[in-house]
Structure formats: structure tokens, C-alpha cells
Design a protein around this ligand. Structure first.
Ligand SMILES: *Cc1c(COP(=O)(O)O)cnc(C)c1O
Length: 502
């Protein structure tokens, strides 16, 4: 399988090269040139999570040997890293409604599923492409990717990782998870700006060709742990198949029966993996794109106009506080039959005016599969309370957005397909909001977010996840706060002094 850029200005690369580079040199995203496989109902991948992963990875990673793929899967998806044997277990809410818990990894967000395996794919890719360069992973985070990438890349030889998070845009737990990170190759800085500022800054650094050449001479190469990297996206296709397979195993589904997925969406990486799963043959009826008050994607899916000229709100679901959803570019590339000229023009307009409009046929194409609405802050918190009341089941704020949007979908559409809500984080990552949703106003107002972890566990008869329980005993190692214009300077000063003279 070969890969090329959505903007069409760079040639073909192997999977190893696409994973190494992260972003294509023309600013586009790498996509597979062809459909990797066509599974039929009879031969959908089955078995354990690891076996399903192998069958999905193989046709995409044709330059990796079977052993290399297996080794990466086994190093990532085991009970040392995940606190559940199934890796991504399903929780049943009713006969037709299930929650796919994607947060059993070391940092309790769905990002772990991809970021536990990406370092292994990347080190294998480095060995294949030769060279002695050190890889610098530049990571923008809206809260969860940062910690997840730090946990995955910590102390991996030949790799350094730098994480930038929006100073005021993450939950207290998320922030502490990152700023207490240990490891010899990690750096974390808060940026005075929002996620979009950081992502834009990083994309600029990536498309600076002179910088890339200078770095290369000094022995460094930049790569990305964000979902712009194909190596992030590919592992996310797997759980759509594993979830479907689980429902068949539980006889909750007839083979071939169509299902819906509800996906709490920000950068469009998670839901795009669902699109690729459908392309591969998974019987998906609808992909429901659930947004929070930052509803740029909802407007886009309903009107065909992408307009990022609006204020960015800080919501209780901070990992979705994004106005520029990078992976939409990959979807539009697929929907237009790989028309890189049209794509490049839209992306140019987005860059210039913050806005673009797609043509009717592409919009109709999009609406056949995707449906979208959003939940505001109140609806999000109410949805946490409602699910807890009816099922005694705790969901986090992002999953709650999904649940609230599903209710809107069902009230407006006749659809009896079984539905799976992707649960993207543990409720303990967003304790402040979850407590606010469950208990009367002001009851725990005086408590710090770390105290709230214990309170939430006590009040709901659950336990604080192990890696959060000891947060209060860890020392804060990363205290830097930088202006958003200075990300490049920060990066350069973080590398070996003297690289510029080379
Ligand atoms: C990243 C994240 C999302 C959004 O996923 P995208 O792939 O960016 O659309 C939703 N919920 C949580 C908890 C996340 O960490």
C-alpha cells in the first residue's frame, strides 16, 4: 500500500514514511492511495482485539513484516497497559444501545488506543527508513492527546517528545497528568492560546522547508503524534470492528445487520476511522457526529459551509473545544474521489478566510452517511445525571455529548438500528463537571479537583483509577508558560544548543 498527500503535490510514500513524517510536506495529510481490503459479511475480522487489529493493520502496513506488526500489537494491547482484557469493552444500556468504553488505557482517554501502539510503529518505521536522525514528536493537545502521547513515548530511544497544551483550556486533572510527567525525553509547556492556535503553530513549523533542512543537518526530524498522523488513525479503525464483532458474539446482532455509531467529535479523527471501517465493509448505517457548543462541524454537515469565524467556547468537554478539524480534509478527499485540486482550493480558502463551501454533490454524499447535532453545556451535564439515574452508570462529559445528541437524532429520525456510543474518556478525568452534574449546586464547591476524585468514587461506589489516585503525590516538573508566537523559538531552544551552526 502506498500513501500520498491530500493536496497532491508530493509523490508516493510507504506506510513507514507516512508514519515517520506525520504531515505531508505540502501541508496536506497522508491517505492510502487505494482501498486496503473489502471484507464481506462472511469474512469480517473476528477473534480477540489483537487478532482483529492484525487483520486491519496488515493490508495498510504492507511494508511491515507480519512479525513487526504482531510485535507492535502485543507490546501495546496487553493487560500491563490496559485495565481490561477486552481492551475496548462494551457496556449495555438497553437491547439496542451500547457504550464502547475506549478509556481503559494508562491515561483514561480513547487516545491511548492509538498512542500506545504509535511509538512501536514509529520505531519500526525508523529502522526501516534507516538514517541516524533523532525524531522530535511535536504534539498539540486539547487535553488528552498530550498525556497519552507522553505515556506512550516516554523513554523510547531515538525519540524526544514536546507537548503544548492551551493554558486555560484543559481540566485540572488533565493538566496535572501532563505537568507531572516523568521521563528523560519529555517536555511539556503551557501556551497562552487555544488548541487551534497551537495546532496552527505546529502545522506552520511542519511546512517550513528551510527549518526541516536545517534540522535534518543537525540530526533531527519532526513527526507528529496528533491524528494528522496516519499512524494515529489506523489503530482507531480496529475498535469499530471489534465492537461489531462483540455484538455478534453476544447475539445482540445478526451478521450483516447495520448499526449506528455516535462519536463525540473534535478533530474528526475518531469518526473518520469509522468512515474507513465502513469503506472496508463494516455494515454501518449512520455515523452520528456529536459536537459541543463549538458546533462548527454540525453546521458544516447540515449546510456544506465550513465557517470557523466564530468564538471558541470553553466547555465541560474541553477535548472537543476545536474549530479547525484537521481530519475533515481526509474525508473530503475521499468523498470527492481523491480530487486534490478541489481540496487544495478549499483548504486555501480556509487558511485565507477561515471559511469554505463544498459543492452540492459532495454535500449529498456526506449527508448519506453522516448526521450531526450538538449539545450545549446544560444538556451535557443533564445527560450525565440522566444516565446515572436510570442505569447507575457514570459517563464523562464527552460521552455525555454523544448521548444527548443521540436523543436528538432519535427524536427526528425513524431508525431502529442498534447503536453504539463511543465513550472517549473516563468520568474521573472530568470530575469537576461530573460532580456538578450529579450533585446539588455548591455541595462540593470548596473541594479541589484532586479531592473531588475521591468524593466522586465514594459517592458513586466506584474507585479512582490507579494512575489518577497518586496524582497528588507527584511533583510538578513542567512549569513553562509560553506565548503562542514563540513556539518555534521554544522548540529550537529545547534542542541541542548549537544545532543552527551546523
Ligand atoms: C480527542 C477527544 C475527542 C475528540 O476526538 P477527535 O478524534 O479529535 O474527533 C473526544 N473526546 C475525548 C475525551 C477526547 O480526548
Amino acid at each position: 500500500m502506498r500513501y500520498y498527500s491530500t493536496r497532491g503535490e508530493t509523490g508516493y510514500v510507504t506506510a513507514a514514511e507516512a508514519i515517520m513524517k506525520g504531515l505531508a510536506p505540502d501541508g496536506g495529510l497522508y491517505v492510502p492511495t487505494d482501498q486496503a481490503a473489502s471484507f464481506t459479511i462472511e469474512n469480517l475480522p473476528t477473534g480477540s482485539y489483537q487478532e482483529i487489529a492484525y487483520n486491519i493493520f496488515k493490508p495498510y502496513l504492507t511494508d511491515f513484516s507480519p512479525t513487526e506488526i504482531e510485535d507492535a500489537i502485543n507490546a501495546a494491547y496487553n493487560t500491563k497497559n490496559f485495565d481490561h482484557l477486552a481492551i475496548a469493552p462494551l457496556h449495555k444500556l438497553s437491547d439496542k444501545l451500547f457504550v464502547l468504553e475506549l478509556w481503559h488505557g494508562p491515561t483514561y482517554a480513547f487516545k491511548d488506543i492509538a498512542l500506545q501502539i504509535l511509538p512501536h510503529l514509529l520505531t519500526t518505521a525508523m529502522q526501516k527508513t534507516g538514517g541516524k536522525t533523532e525524531i522530535i514528536i511535536l504534539t498539540a493537545t486539547s487535553g488528552d492527546t498530550g498525556k497519552s502521547a507522553l505515556a506512550g513515548f516516554r523513554d523510547i530511544p531515538g525519540i524526544k517528545i514536546i507537548v503544548y497544551f492551551p493554558k486555560n483550556g484543559v481540566s485540572e486533572v488533565q493538566k496535572l497528568q501532563m505537568t507531572t510527567q516523568e521521563g528523560n525525553n519529555v517536555m511539556v509547556a503551557a501556551v497562552e492560546g487555544n488548541f487551534d492556535d497551537i495546532q496552527t503553530g505546529i502545522k506552520q513549523i511542519f511546512s517550513d522547508h528551510k527549518l526541516a533542512a536545517d534540522l535534518e543537518r543537525a540530526g533531527y526530524r519532526l513527526s507528529s503524534a496528533n491524528s494528522i498522523n496516519w499512524g494515529r488513525l489506523l489503530p482507531q479503525i480496529v475498535y469499530y470492528f471489534s465492537a461489531y464483532n462483540s455484538l455478534i458474539q453476544q447475539e445482540a446482532l445478526q451478521p450483516g445487520e447495520k448499526i449506528n455509531f455516535v462519536v463525540p467529535t473534535g478533530n474528526f479523527g475518531n469518526i473518520l476511522a469509522g468512515y474507513y471501517a465502513r469503506q472496508l465493509g463494516l455494515p454501518i448505517n449512520r455515523l452520528i457526529c456529536a459536537a459541543n457548543r463549538n458546533n462548527v462541524l454540525t453546521d458544516f454537515i447540515n449546510s456544506g459551509i465550513y465557517d470557523s469565524n466564530r468564538p471558541l467556547y470553553l466547555t465541560p468537554s474541553p477535548s472537543m473545544d476545536i474549530l479547525i478539524s484537521s481530519n475533515l480534509e481526509r474525508l473530503l478527499f475521499e468523498l470527492t474521489g481523491h480530487d486534490s485540486e478541489r481540496l487544495a482550493a478549499w483548504m486555501q480558502e480556509l487558511k485565507k478566510c477561515g471559511k469554505y463551501q463544498i459543492d452540492r454533490p459532495t454535500l449529498q454524499n456526506l449527508q448519506e452517511l453522516f448526521w450531526s447535532d450538538y449539545a450545549d453545556d446544560d444538556e451535557t451535564l443533564q445527560s450525565i445525571a440522566a444516565v446515572y439515574k436510570s442505569d447507575h452508570y457514570l459517563i464523562d462529559t464527552h460521552t455525555a455529548v454523544g448521548k444527548a445528541v443521540l436523543a436528538k437524532y432519535l427524536s427526528r429520525n425513524k431508525d431502529s438500528c442498534p447503536t453504539i456510543i463511543l465513550s472517549t474518556a473516563s468520568p474521573f478525568k472530568f470530575t469537576g463537571s461530573v460532580i456538578k452534574a450529579l450533585f446539588s449546586e455548591g455541595r462540593f464547591e470548596e473541594s479541589s479537583e484532586l479531592e473531588l476524585l475521591k468524593i466522586l468514587a465514594f459517592e458513586t461506589g466506584t474507585t479512582v483509577p490507579a494512575n489518577l489516585a497518586d496524582l497528588d503525590q507527584k511533583s510538578v516538573k513542567h512549569k513553562q508558560v509560553i506565548a503562542r508566537e514563540t513556539m518555534l523559538d521554544h522548540l529550537l531552544s529545547s534542542l541541542n544548543p548549537g544545532w543552527l551552526e551546523n
